[in-house]
Design a binder for this molecule. Sequence first.
Ligand code: GLN
Length: 239
Amino acid sequence: MSTESLRIVWVYPDLLSTYGDRGNALILAHRARQRRMPVEVLEVRSDERLPATADIYLIGGGEDGPQALGAQRLIADGGLHRAVAQGAVVFGVCAGYQLLGTSFFAKGTQYRGLELLDLSSDRGPTRAVGELAGDIDPRLGLPPLSGFENHGGRTHLGPEVAPLARVTAGIGNDGATEGAWRGKLLGTYSHGPALARNPALADLLLRWAAGVHQLPPLDDTWSDRLRSERRAAVAAARA
Ligand code: GLN
């Protein structure tokens, strides 16, 4: 960690904050505090400079217009690139995931991404809306991904990134793979918010930031219940 306390930045809440993705910041802070890790959450609006010295950067979903604007401001600001060069953890959801790549489409126009992940997004034939589930890359050692997706984009991965998961329900990147990761950068189409539905993923981000292999376990009864409810809903929809 860069300072005494874990610093979490919620990037551009005025632009990128759809589908309850702010919950990801709340979950991370809560799980850190339960382990007695001092934590600070900074909400940095798009008209402010992005500090480059935080430990974890969270970028949420957004409609096409705010997504394009957010990407342009992040490129112009340069803070996220500096933070990544210093080893920061970045977690992007949906629009916040697409804009980490080389390019994406918004309102029919192709925009430059931040080029932090080797992937690009175009538009799919349909909007992907509904439950999203997948088996996560075994190297990450996490239980299956559970989430909700709502996006028009389709994402194509280059050789420099690995898929986060193999899709078992929903579309994700392209119907086969979902999300991507490289080093301490990770992106997903999962809302829900993702870290409320996937506490082990929240702990992975905390472990990366703290540089530890393990954290004391927490009582995850409520998220386990939510995960099994959603699993049952997917199975019922299939039957
Ligand atoms: N605008 C993007 C798309 O539709 C991202 C949507 C989102 O963040 N939910 O693909």
